[in-house]
Design a binder for this molecule. Structure first.
Ligand SMILES: Cc1cc2nc3c(=O)[nH]c(=O)nc-3n(C[C@H](O)[C@H](O)[C@H](O)COP(=O)(O)OP(=O)(O)OC[C@H]3O[C@@H](n4cnc5c(N)ncnc54)[C@H](O)[C@@H]3O)c2cc1C
Length: 549
């Protein structure tokens, strides 16, 4: 296959049409959809609305909730540990166990210590290394209404509208009210947000937002935030145990959560951790590849926390909706599924079909935008085919420099520019090809505005928690939510830990879960949590990491 500046000749023909329509598109605004148009598009083309792809959950507190088959499979799976596992020998006894070393977990641990817990009695247990997480991969930015022309009320309305008014208002109120405080906290810790020559934050628009309130650090905002949070946790002396996923929660005699069973991925030994309070921050589920979509998510995003929480009786919310980010890379094949931040559209790149025609307003809410891309490639047959068999639509990246001046792409999107240049594609000159990719789980474990679940002793924060974004999250609100609810859960869990002592440890809930599976007629050899994706590689598979011992 002959490549011309990174693209095969077949794709170059369409790029020529894009170049031809570009001058006329400059300065022209494509109209946004009405609410009715959005709804019709979603029903016909968004993967969440395909009834055949889902089935109802057959048991437990959220019985009846419609879930994608891949997700239902996780719940309809057998626990990794047997109920008679000896949990009487305790390897670590702490006030607070934080499960997950991404953004929410690190924030929760920091604020638990700020609230008075002894750092030596706070433990973060994480699956891979501290910081291996979706948080570190976040690109575009974090929302906060901190300018005179904006307000938390305006932010509230945007979040509710983006979520189709299915969000829990009390959680959204907490999210938007705490947002300015979080940015100030980050500033004090040393996060280097983009600023103008006057020292003011540069704030950009995002899909579905009515004001410019996206704070970013170039296109590696998550990496910058995590750099600072990890340092802070280290400075405070918080202990971290790596390569040790939680594979089951532990309860006490009263059914309160009281720690977890960890699996050391190196030695395959179980570690029993007893904790007065537990905060679950295991993140998302992209690596479950719902409806066989590629994903933007990190390698450990296998939805573990959902299963662990459900087994002890927590409720789920809005898990019928998952987020397909409209702009995953579709070419070259080596980048398939990787995120192309919404910031690219925010800066003016237009979505175009094979004929170089714009077919959708660039900043519709994510689900609407993704459905429009799917329709263009599917029903309308106007996508751009790639040599590796998938189809995509163009994102006319050179518009960014045309609108904002030469050098904008290299300054505002340096990581993305370099990523494409590695494959010979210069996004300052050529458009880039995109297609929706599995990005975010929207729903999760139900909790109140302090991250408390209905199971005493169990708190949640971050992507594993549901209800904040309803059926659709807007850009920049997840970096915000892990900070807001990580902080709130850390403070609330510290208070709980000071006032509760765990009783004798028990795995009775595991026996109960097995009973519910049998009663629902589910006979399976599947096990959960999954820990790592199915294609984890021969070496890891040979070690049978997730087969009951
Ligand atoms: C590529 C990409 C770009 C994004 N860009 C943005 C953006 O610009 N703005 C925005 O607001 N949001 C963005 N998001 C979403 C946002 O980054 C995440 O939703 C958020 O950071 C999740 O934080 P978290 O702490 O809940 O999960 P994570 O940061 O993923 O952390 C979860 C941690 O738990 C660990 N873990 C998992 N299972 C277990 C287990 N069984 N036991 C122990 N540990 C476990 C994981 O290894 C991980 O360290 C982006 C996401 C991705 C993937």
């Amino acid at each position: 296959m002959e490549l011309i500046n990174g693209y095969p000749a077949s794709m170059r023909e369409s790029i020529a049409l894009v170049e031809r329509t570009r001058p006329a598109r400059l300065g022209r605004t494509f109209p946004a959809m009405s609410l009715d148009e959005r709804k019709a598009l979603l029903l016909a083309h968004h993967p969440d609305y395909q009834a055949h792809a889902k089935r109802p959950l057959r048991f437990g507190p959220s019985k009846g909730m419609l879930l994608n088959h891949e997700l239902a499979d996780l719940f309809e799976a057998r626990p990794l540990v047997r109920p008679d596992l000896d949990v009487s020998t305790i390897d670590a006894d702490v006030d607070l166990l934080v499960i997950g070393g991404g953004g929410a977990g690190t924030v929760a641990a920091i604020w638990a210590v700020q609230s008075g817990l002894d750092p030596a009695r706070v433990l973060i247990a994480t699956k891979l290394r501290h910081g291996d997480s979706n948080s570190t991969m976040a690109q575009g930015g974090i929302q906060a209404a901190d300018r005179p022309e904006d307000s938390p009320v305006q932010h509230f309305l945007d979040v509710m509208g983006g979520g189709h008014f299915t969000n829990r208002p009390d959680l959204v109120r907490a999210l938007v009210s705490d947002a300015p405080l979080i940015i100030q906290w980050h500033e004090r810790l040393g996060v280097m947000y983009d600023k103008d020559s006057q020292g003011r934050f540069v704030e950009n628009p995002g899909g579905g937002t009515s004001r410019n309130r996206m704070h970013s650090a170039r296109d590696y905002t998550g990496l910058e935030i995590m750099r600072v949070l990890r340092d802070e946790a280290r400075n405070l002396g918080i202990r971290v145990i790596e390569f040790s996923p939680a594979i089951e929660l532990l309860c006490d005699d009263w059914g309160h959560v009281a720690g977890a069973v960890l699996l050391n991925l190196e030695t395959r030994r179980y570690h029993i951790v007893r904790a007065a309070a537990t905060v679950l921050t295991t993140g998302g589920l992209g690596r479950v590849h719902i409806q066989r979509f590629p994903t933007t998510n990190h390698y450990g995003a296998t939805g573990d926390g959902l299963v662990l929480a459900y087994r002890v009786g927590a409720e789920l919310v809005d898990l019928d909706a998952v987020q397909y980010h409209p702009t995953g890379a579709a070419f070259p094949a080596q980048m398939a599924g990787l995120l192309i931040t919404e910031k690219v559209r925010g800066l003016g790149a237009q979505p175009l079909n094979r004929l170089g025609e714009q077919f959708v307003f660039p900043l519709e809410p994510r689900d609407v935008e993704a459905a429009a891309f799917i329709r263009e490639c599917g029903e309308r047959g106007l996508g751009i085919p790639t040599p590796h068999g998938i189809c995509g639509v163009w994102l006319d990246a050179p518009m960014v420099d045309l609108l904002h001046g030469p050098g904008t792409i290299r300054a505002a999107l340096p990581a993305m520019y370099r990523m494409y240049m590695r494959f010979g594609i210069d996004m300052t000159r050529d458009p880039i090809l995109v297609f929706p990719t599995l990005h975010y789980q929207n729903g999760g474990v139900a909790a109140d505005e302090h991250g408390a679940t209905r199971v005493p002793g169990l708190f949640v924060a971050g992507e594993v928690m549901g209800g904040i974004h309803g059926k659709n999250r807007l850009m920049g609100n997840s970096l915000l939510d892990f900070n807001v609810f990580g902080r709130r859960a850390g403070i609330a869990a510290a208070h709980y830990a000071r006032t509760h002592r765990p009783g004798r440890l028990s795995l009775a809930h595991v026996a109960e879960y097995e009973r519910m599976l049998r009663e629902a007629g589910i006979e399976t050899t599947r096990t959960a949590p999954r820990i790592l994706p199915d294609y984890r590689g021969k070496e890891a598979l040979e070690r049978y990491l997730d087969v009951p011992v």
